[in-house]
Ligand binder design. Structure first.
Ligand code: SF4
Ligand code: SF4
Length: 111
């Protein structure tokens, strides 16, 4: 059955080609911090994020994009993080989220 075409979309259509994305930096980050790959994208971090309450910062989104090899703007976005640590307290996978922020900033400054 075809989906109903309402004539508009909320988000622009986009494809993700993991075979074309450069996953080198993402693999480097995961090698240095295996936590990075354990995320299940539940969104608990973003729901509780202090910076997210004040800005459009979305930790889960940036984390997910970097894991896919989409790095544009990641460094700039991670600069919004205040390193308060609330996200780490709620993460069901026990991910060192502040460590992820610092690692992404260290590795992806050129993007
Ligand atoms: S709370 Fe943890 S598992 Fe959930 S999206 Fe955030 S980093 Fe990933
Ligand atoms: S450490 Fe950063 S990402 Fe985590 S809740 Fe605080 S401001 Fe948000």
């Amino acid at each position: 059955m075809n989906a109903i075409n309402f004539g508009y979309t909320i988000n622009a259509g986009r494809g993700i080609d993991l075979d074309r994305n450069d996953l080198g930096p993402a693999h480097e980050i995961a090698a240095e911090m295996p936590d990075f790959a354990a995320c299940i994208a539940c969104g608990g971090c973003t729901a509780t994020c202090t910076a997210g309450n004040l800005t459009q910062f979305n930790f889960r989104m940036v984390h997910t994009l970097v894991r896919r090899g989409e790095y544009t703007g990641a460094w700039r976005e991670m600069n919004k993080c205040m390193l308060c640590g609330k996200c780490r307290l709620v993460c069901p996978r026990g991910i060192n989220t502040r460590g992820v922020v610092r690692l992404i900033k260290r590795k992806l400054g050129d993007y």
